[in-house]
Design a protein around this ligand. Structure first.
Ligand code: ZN
Length: 261
């Protein structure tokens, strides 16, 4: 499932392939990915427009043009692909944007979770993103302290709540908590100063590493690399990992390194 590092990878594709290019045509193969805009409306709004900037906030990608902005959310299975126009269509290509250099941007999504929205202007973009917390990549230790202050919910639930902090999903949250040695069910307001500092450090390091490669790291010394093994063990202590549902999601942690509350 795309999280902040994946979407940052799509932002780079949009920037590299799209910035400065004109959208010559918009073809909607499946309107199931559109929210509050029709295929004709999307085409009329974007055809002939020039892409000026590729921005990201949390898991949202924003393509700003010299007219409206396009907002993309990748849901469970979405991705953005840049390719030559003569590349054979993929059966999950839902919307294709023809650029003026003979290349295409394709919104590819196996599921159809209405990830594409149109915003008439900058104010409309801000309105659509108003419910999002600050982007996780922009939050430092002091900022994280302020966001967590007084919250009684479990720390995993808080970290993955996009209205608190935008960008973290299931894998990132588990990886960060494992690295910080904090059990995902710990009450957020029960974390002491040293634990909050470890959490902030772990978040910064995990985000930095994973943004570099465009996905949550599956390096050997990570929880992510081991969590789906048949008999997963902790790459730090060698003990067995646990898996269970926490905050509504399949959660992995090490009961030795991350003592339960
Ligand atoms: Zn361990």
């Amino acid at each position: 499932m795309p999280e902040l590092p994946d979407v940052e990878g799509y932002r780079r594709i949009l920037a590299d392939e799209g910035e400065g290019r004109r959208v010559d045509e918009v073809r909607v193969a499946d309107p199931g990915v559109l929210r509050e805009v029709t295929p004709g409306g999307l085409r009329r709004a974007l055809r002939g427009r020039r892409i000026e900037a590729a921005d990201r906030h949390g898991k949202w990608l924003v393509a700003r043009t010299d007219g409206p902005a396009l907002l993309l959310h990748f849901g469970m299975t979405g991705r953005l692909v840049g390719c030559p126009a003569d590349e054979p269509p993929h059966r999950h290509d839902r919307v294709v944007f023809d650029l003026d250099d003979g290349r295409q941007l394709r919104f590819r999504d196996q599921r159809k979770l209405q990830g594409i929205r149109l915003a008439r202007d900058r104010a409309a973009v801000d309105r659509l993103l108003a419910g999002q917390g600050p982007d996780a990549l922009s939050v430092d230790a002091a900022g994280l302290d302020r966001l967590l202050a007084g919250r009684r919910a479990g720390v995993k639930a808080v970290l993955t709540d996009q209205s608190v902090l935008a960008g973290l999903g299931n894998l990132l949250a588990d990886e960060i908590l494992w690295r910080a040695r904090i059990h995902p069910s710990r009450r957020t307001d029960g974390l002491d100063r040293a634990e909050r500092r470890r959490l902030a450090d772990a978040m910064r390091r995990v985000l930095r590493d994973s943004v570099r490669v465009g996905h949550v790291p599956a390096r050997r010394a990570s929880l992510t690399a081991h969590r789906d093994d048949a008999e997963p063990t902790c790459p730090r202590c060698g003990g067995p990992l646990r898996r269970d549902r926490i905050a509504g999601r399949t959660t992995a942690w090490c009961p030795h390194c991350q003592p339960p509350p």
